[in-house]
Design a binder for this molecule. Structure first.
Ligand SMILES: CCCCCCCCCCCCC[C@H](O)CC(=O)SCCNC(=O)CCNC(=O)[C@H](O)C(C)(C)COP(=O)(O)OP(=O)(O)OC[C@H]1O[C@@H](n2cnc3c(N)ncnc32)[C@H](O)[C@@H]1OP(=O)(O)O
Ligand SMILES: NC(=O)c1ccc[n+]([C@@H]2O[C@H](COP(=O)([O-])OP(=O)(O)OC[C@H]3O[C@@H](n4cnc5c(N)ncnc54)[C@H](O)[C@@H]3O)[C@@H](O)[C@H]2O)c1
Length: 340
């Protein structure tokens, strides 16, 4: 296991060429050595730039984030529950890189192949998160949208990750404060909300809770920029859900399912109306299939659990039936539409 000092004190050759950087490097080394000797008073540790990232969950989002992080020169460990899933994630990343290469290296196939090999060399895989977080700067979680499972994961990793490691969740709908409550690093916990498909979508919502330190928030903003994304800052609202886009992104499919269930319009017509009338790239049912109906159900179930008496927040029979039949949308070949 790489110790915190080893990981935090790695400097590139070019950085060391500048005497100012040498001084700053030595000061930083001295600072971290001091912290290690003191037994690491965690909240006093300043965050270094995020270079080494552990991404938990190798599904659509985790694989997409891993691709972008590896492309921008970060060292990435992608974690999932079994080797089969991770092989599929790696294949997905390569497939997506091929689409990028087709445009970027249209007339240079060798350079394209070299680019893919270089990016893939930045990604390693693991089925054991606890054993790989020892030298990581950021643990970014993109597993199922379920509060207890996310809390269990972070609670366990909090005991083994170094003090300087920032934890972040890519949750679509769960309050970061609730997820963070399973750890003792509330000051080093935030949200990084990416959009699907990650390689194409420029936005990242950086979410800070009332306990997130400014240093952590700044590191998450800087990391998002280093990925080539455009971050926006989101503050946790007292009502619970912290995101800016969520109110729009969630309500459109939510209302569309309700309209369709009440017989007010076919899914095809609602999709056409939103694309041609409102300029959306995908209609709400296409979007739900793209996001994953299993994830949409997790979101809905979370809402129902939080606010069971709210007549608006009632389960959707249509969504539940599709999920029960294993029709999760594009990823399984069928959802509201068929993709085979
Ligand atoms: C009552 C119960 C209700 C339940 C309610 C629950 C509601 C919950 C639902 C919301 C969930 C929130 C999820 C999350 O938190 C937030 C989100 O992420 S929301 C999703 C946001 N994303 C979008 O809105 C995507 C919109 N779509 C698009 O932008 C485009 O359609 C597309 C995906 C970019 C694809 O473009 P198309 O033109 O359609 O198709 P192409 O295949 O031709 O692609 C165009 C272009 O893009 C390149 N490309 C596409 N994907 C990738 C990839 N993965 N990797 C690399 N490149 C990619 C492709 O190669 C094309 O390039 P070109 O050839 O044009 O140069
Ligand atoms: N799908 C989207 O459009 C979208 C967009 C933004 C955010 N999100 C959020 O990102 C997260 C992941 O969504 P997704 O669409 O990538 O889901 P997904 O189902 O494609 O992938 C989730 C992955 O997590 C793995 N996993 C589950 N529990 C795990 C654990 N304990 N340890 C390690 N791996 C585990 C699963 O095996 C799976 O491969 C969710 O919180 C979701 O709300 C999704």
């Amino acid at each position: 296991m790489v110790s915190e000092c080893q990981s935090a004190c790695t400097f590139s050759h070019s950085q060391l060429l500048h005497s100012g950087a040498v001084l700053s490097a030595l000061q930083t080394m001295a600072f971290f050595t001091h912290q290690v000797i003191r037994g690491l008073s965690s909240s006093a540790v300043r965050n270094a730039a995020i270079k080494h990232v552990t991404i938990i969950g190798g599904g659509q989002m985790g694989a997409g984030i891993a691709q972008v992080a590896a492309t921008t020169g970060h060292s990435v460990v992608l974690v999932d529950t079994n080797e089969e899933i991770l092989k599929k994630s790696a294949k997905g990343i390569e497939g997506s890189l091929k689409r990028v290469v087709k445009k970027k290296f249209a007339d240079k196939p060798d350079a394209g192949a070299e680019f893919i090999a270089k990016v893939m060399a930045n990604v390693s895989i693991s089925t054991d998160a606890a054993s790989v977080v020892g030298s990581t700067d950021l643990v970014l979680e993109a597993i199922v949208e379920n509060l207890k499972i996310k809390q269990g994961l972070f609670g366990a990793l909090d005991k083994v990750a170094p003090a300087h490691t920032i934890f972040a969740s890519n949750t679509s709908s769960l309050p970061i404060t609730d997820i963070a409550s399973s750890t003792s690093r509330l000051d080093r916990f935030g949200g990084l909300h990416f959009f699907n498909p990650v390689p194409m979508m420029k936005l990242v919502e950086v979410i800070g809770t009332s306990a997130t330190s400014q240093d952590t928030f700044d590191s998450l903003l800087a990391f998002s920029k280093a990925l080539g994304k455009t971050p926006v800052s989101c503050k946790v609202r007292s009502s619970g859900i912290p995101y800016d886009t969520i109110h729009y992104v969630h309500h459109m499919p939510f209302r569309s399912i309700r309209l369709h269930e009440r017989g007010h319009g076919s899914k095809e017509d609602i999709d056409i109306a939103m694309k041609l009338g409102a300029g959306y790239p995908m209609g709400p049912f296409e979007l739900l299939d793209y996001v994953g109906l299993d994830t949409a159900k997790f979101i809905m179930d979370g809402w129902v659990e939080k606010d069971p008496g709210n007549p608006l927040m009632q389960p959707s029979e249509m969504l539940n039936k599709l999920v029960a039949e294993g029709k999760f949308g594009k990823k399984t070949g069928e959802g509201f539409y068929k993709y085979k």
